[in-house]
Design a protein around this ligand. Sequence first.
Ligand code: SAH
Length: 268
Amino acid sequence: MGREPHLKNMNTPSSTQTSIVYPNAAFELYQGVGMTSQRTRNRLIERLQQLGVRDRAVLQAMQVVPRHLFLDEALSSRAYEDNALPIGFGQTISQPWVVAKMTEWLFAGTDNKPIERVLEIGTGSGYQTAILALLAQHVFTVERIAPLSQRAKAVLNRLCLHNIDFEISDGHWGWPHTKTVVPSLSQNLFFQRSLPETLPVFDAIISAASPSTVPPELFQQLKIGGRLVMPVGEEKQWLYGFIKTESGIVKECLGQVMFVPMKQGVER
Ligand code: SAH
């Protein structure tokens, strides 16, 4: 494989049903059969469209990513239901519709250009990470539960998605300051340019864990014009989209949601 696949750059077919463009041979290999087949995934995409998801690149990414690979085998027949499902350690893989809605909001206004650097808080199964890796130049993903991060890394490696850096860390701090933001494993021409090592560094930030208030580090690590999408709240949670502008933060409420709480510290 040469350069990383970026669906935002691809010439997308007009129908989600006709020609499927797999990002690389691994995606084709892990397509699945029966309840995990491409046909089953296509039905999920139809449902997402019925629910109002419009972004073609987001739909295409979700159409090709084998969600069943991110679940325990006992749950693979339920992988293409539009539900959150358990992934162990008391955590869940996010509901596909929520993944689509958050990703669509994050990439809105990018004029169909790929986002350079996206930070994800809460790697979990790695499913959302895979979607982001197909749409952005590079993904930086943080998880506080070490075994989840390791498992996600293994699945994403099987899918030959190498434009991802993993950290086991508390996402309240965003990307850990001590870590360089220049990806080590980049095969991408884009990253051969030197990058500023000072913050803020991210074009987009997404969190799948809900804090009581937005950690200030996340706003600090966001570029001007950058977007942050995340749930906020404890018993009652709201999904918010934030845009960082020269004159401050603009916020938009995207509805009520239910995510796991953003916890402190790491678990090894
Ligand atoms: N997008 C993931 C969601 C997993 S659930 C998926 O679809 O699989 C949210 C994840 O956030 C959990 O794995 C949880 O361990 C993690 N998390 C919670 N608090 C965190 C924190 N402070 N820092 C990093 N990750 C956190």
